[in-house]
Design a binder for this molecule. Structure first.
Ligand SMILES: [Zn+2]
Length: 454
């Protein structure tokens, strides 16, 4: 026992651990979970009463875009503002992206991201890497990064003009070279040939709904199909991001039985459908892949465990930027939706008529599974002795309040959505970080970057 460490006991909560809910206590010593069980009469520096609340491992949002330029626009959320609303809503770790820019080394891109995030992030943080040029020094660099705590490589089967597209030959080369070094590959799956083959009359391009025709379901299904085959041949560890169609989801679920593949979807694909694109301001709901139809069946798939975890693909644009387009071609609209603050509220909804089940699913699909895929599953994502004391005390019966995706002046993705979930306490590595849904020290971001400088 560390004599100088603070002891915290969280008492009488509905503790979610090892796939079960039981009313008990959690004892925290310093920055780690010490034990789970009844702790009557033992001394503690701090006692938190969790009666009537669930006690959960801190959530991990595996897919977040912050403080970056996307196309013509700069994102509305910095590491500070994005991590602030995340932590207020129980997300203790975020995984963001470092993309190698034109004429830039990936090493330089990582350094710039560290400069932006250092001292600014309220959550713990790590990055997925998007290499783009694959020249000789890049390969050597990536090998070094993989050996020093960077474990995930993001690749795209679309977005040629942005310079991030990877064709099948490139994917195969990357899988073969980096797979054996321990990399997990995150794939954005929309087949670029399908998309390039679609031609719409100019008049239709003015309507946001046309985005669903420009990026049809077949593009996702075909990309997933080709990718699963390639990953099977090369033995690549695969994670398919933001799955939007029932067909692709089902194929991945079947493939999961024979190969190492996981998938995520996001609340916008659960709770919003393509009808939002027919609104007068429908362009504000433009994202790729687009919102789709048939969401009830898609939610059934999600509720029955088809997706390993849920993420936001948080990509917040200022209202003025989202509205800045020529009203003739929706392909010029800022492409992405905010969601960080909404994540737990909209995942809970899938099982809200069975709160214990909802809590168990959240511990699995917002904490354990994403932590494992991010390579931090030995220290985060579960309430287990020795793990980081990232702990959420969640009141499922708080007063209904509006869901809020971002604290920036960004388009709200879920207007009119409310939630009864209230975050009574959030602890980050044993330190009280949120009380009553507000940060305890908003001026002192205490998040750690979980990867070493390069
Ligand atoms: Zn994304």
């Amino acid at each position: 026992m560390n004599a100088g460490a603070k002891h915290t006991v969280i008492k009488n909560g509905r503790v979610v651990s090892e796939g079960e809910v039981r009313v008990t206590d959690v004892r925290i010593e310093g920055d780690r979970i010490a034990a789970i069980g009844p702790f009557d009469g033992e001394p503690a520096d701090r006692v938190i009463d969790a009666s009537g609340c669930y006690v959960l491992p801190g959530f991990v949002d595996f897919h977040v875009h912050l403080d970056d330029r996307i196309g013509r626009f700069y994102l509305a959320d910095t590491y500070e503002s994005g991590s602030r609303i995340a932590l207020q809503n129980g997300i203790t770790t975020i995984c963001s992206f470092v993309t190698q820019g034109p004429g830039q080394s990936l090493r330089e891109a990582i350094r710039i991201a560290r400069e932006k995030a250092g001292g600014e992030t309220h959550c713990d943080l790590l990055w997925h890497l998007t290499p783009t040029t694959f020249a000789e020094p890049d390969w050597t660099d990536i090998q070094e990064f993989l050996a020093s705590g960077y474990r995930t490589i993001k690749l795209y089967t679309t977005y040629k003009p942005a310079g991030i597209f990877a064709d099948q030959a490139r994917l195969q080369e990357v899988f073969e070279k980096l797979g054996p070094l321990g990399a997990t590959f995150l794939l954005h799956c929309e087949d670029d040939d399908v998309i390039a083959g679609i031609d719409l009359p100019p008049l239709e391009l003015a309507h946001a709904f046309s985005h669903t025709r420009l990026r049809p379901e077949e593009a996702e299904v075909l990309a997933v199909e080709r990718l699963l085959a390639l990953a099977l041949r090369t033995g690549a560890r695969l994670h398919v991001v933001h799955v939007s169609t029932s067909e692709a989801a089902s194929r991945i679920r079947i493939a999961r039985e024979t190969q190492d593949v996981t998938s995520e979807t996001c609340p916008q694909y659960l709770w919003l459908d393509h009808g939002w694109l027919t609104r007068e301001d429908g362009h504000r709901w433009l994202c790729s892949p687009p919102l789709r139809g048939g969401r009830e069946a898609f939610r059934d798939l999600a509720a029955s465990g088809t997706f390993d975890f849920f993420t936001t693909d948080h990509c917040a644009f200022r209202c003025a930027d989202k509205d800045d387009w020529d009203r003739r071609d929706i392909r010029g609209v800022a492409n992405g939706l905010a969601g960080l603050g909404a994540l737990p509220h909209l995942v809970w909804r899938l099982w809200s008529d069975d709160p214990d089940r909802a809590a168990v699913e959240m511990a699995l699909r917002l904490s354990r599974n994403p932590a494992q895929r991010a390579g931090i599953g030995a220290r985060k994502g579960s309430l287990e002795p020795g793990f980081d004391a990232d702990v959420v005390v969640l009141d499922p019966n708080g007063p209904d309040h509006p869901v809020r995706s971002s604290l920036a002046d960004a388009v709200e993705t879920y207007p009119g959505f409310t939630s009864p979930l209230s975050f009574r306490h959030v602890l980050l590595r044993g330190r009280p970080a949120v009380a009553g849904s507000q940060l305890t020290s908003p001026g002192e971001p205490a998040g750690q970057i979980l990867q070493e400088p390069v």
